[in-house]
Design a protein around this ligand. Structure first.
Ligand SMILES: [Fe+2]
Length: 405
């Protein structure tokens, strides 16, 4: 049978008819970088900086150090918005954009995790182009001038991630909750690439181990799903495999010995390498878990990932061979049947999740069994389902959610 011709299996190997790899964010990584935030931001054209963060991070004193770094570079801080919740929403983005406008800012600096960075991206777009977050859903939908294909830029945005997982600091995507429609709104377009990401382990020094574990599992899910997505490609493969090597060597160290700067720094790099918008069914399942039942994104991925790996591996040897590559990297069994290859990786992921102290079942994190139809509906409607290497049916998702319960 030809690759990709099996029912429900999509082509993931061989020379592709088309793919694109885009990477527009300047990255600086290393130690003691926060004091040069202003100097680096001035290279991006910033003069009056609007800082976006959350209250927890502000209380750690990190924002004060970053603000001092901005001012040291001769820039002004126009205002600080520290009202981003753990799971941000469209109304927060609207408010953040309006406050930046009222403050007379000309640029954004996000200091925080995925929720903060995604809020800053969308707020920046509203600040620059107007409109509301709720109307902004979709891929490649940012304003264009007239008939031009070139999207209009947004004000300079710089990100300092305080978790090692989301990768939003180097991606063109943003996900926030739409509380009215109870869905996760996914937005992606080229202008949303931050101009600069500053990766300094100092910014993750106070990260609680549980969040380090959950966000680290998000990075791991990006690397694995990115490697096995329908849109996997050699550019992304290289990034995914190096990210997985860094995660293999540093995730548990970073969680178990939080004072280990090296491990935290390597995890920041891993997260920024692993990010891709070519994901799959783990993310499709985790988005409604968050939107409907408030399950943190990384926790939902940690729970759902092993089940999706087993499901996909049984979809054909094209897919299972990709998992075999990952098995090799983790020193796992690479032989056996396709199902066995998937099972080896899924079992390894589950034991890692356990060692990291994360929950392994949706029922442990407040998802009731009666919620499965809602979750199935959310997963089927999620755009990333289209990129999963094996096409899931409604019944497949129902079974996957049951296994994850
Ligand atoms: Fe994710």
């Amino acid at each position: 049978m030809e690759a990709g011709s099996q029912l429900g299996v999509r082509q993931i190997s061989g020379f592709k008819d088309f793919y694109q790899s885009v990477n527009q964010t300047r990255v600086i990584a290393g130690r003691d970088l926060l004091s040069s935030t202003g100097f680096e931001m001035s290279k991006e054209g910033a003069r009056r900086v609007f800082v976006v963060t959350d209250q927890v991070i502000r209380e750690t004193g990190l924002v004060d150090r970053v603000v001092a770094g901005v001012e040291d570079g001769g820039l002004e801080v126009a205002g600080v918005f520290d009202d981003v919740p753990q799971d941000s929403s469209t109304d927060v983005c609207d408010r953040c954009g309006e406050e930046a406008k009222a403050a007379g800012a000309d640029s954004f600096l996000a200091v925080g995790g995925g929720s903060v960075m995604d809020t800053a991206k969308i707020a920046d777009s509203l600040f620059t182009h107007g409109g509301t977050a709720a109307e902004s859903e979709g891929f490649y939908l940012m304003p264009r001038a007239g008939d031009s294909l070139a999207p209009l830029p947004i004000a300079p945005l710089v990100c300092i991630p305080t978790t090692c997982g989301t990768g939003s600091e180097v991606s063109m995507g943003a996900v926030v909750k739409d509380p009215e429609r109870k869905v996760k709104l996914e937005i992606a377009d080229f202008p949303l690439f931050p101009r600069l990401a500053i990766l300094d382990p100092e910014s993750t020094r106070t990260l609680p181990p549980r969040i380090a574990a959950a966000t680290g599992m998000d990075a791991m899910t990006h690397a694995i799903e990115g490697y096995v997505s329908l849109e996997c490609n050699p550019h992304q493969d290289g990034r995914s495999l190096v990210a997985l090597r860094l995660i293999r060597d540093n995730l548990e160290r970073a969680v178990q010995t939080p004072e280990d700067d090296d491990a935290r720094g390597q995890m920041l790099i891993a997260a920024s390498l692993a990010i891709t918008i070519s994901l799959g069914s783990t993310h499709s399942m985790s988005h409604p878990c968050g939107a409907r039942f408030g399950v943190p994104h990384g926790v939902a991925n940690a729970i759902n990932l092993p089940h999706v790996i087993r499901f996909n591996a049984e979809g054909g040897s094209d897919i299972a061979d990709r998992y075999r590559d990952i098995n090799e990297l983790f020193g796992l069994e690479t032989g056996g049947s396709d199902a066995e290859a998937g099972d080896a990786l899924a079992t390894h992921v589950s034991s890692m999740v356990e060692r990291l102290g994360l929950p392994s079942r949706l029922s442990e994190v407040g998802v009731p069994e009666v919620g499965i139809p809602l979750l199935v509906e959310g997963a089927m409607g999620d755009g990333l389902t289209l990129l999963n290497p094996r096409e899931p049916t409604e019944q497949d998702y129902e079974e996957l959610f049951r296994r994850a319960m």
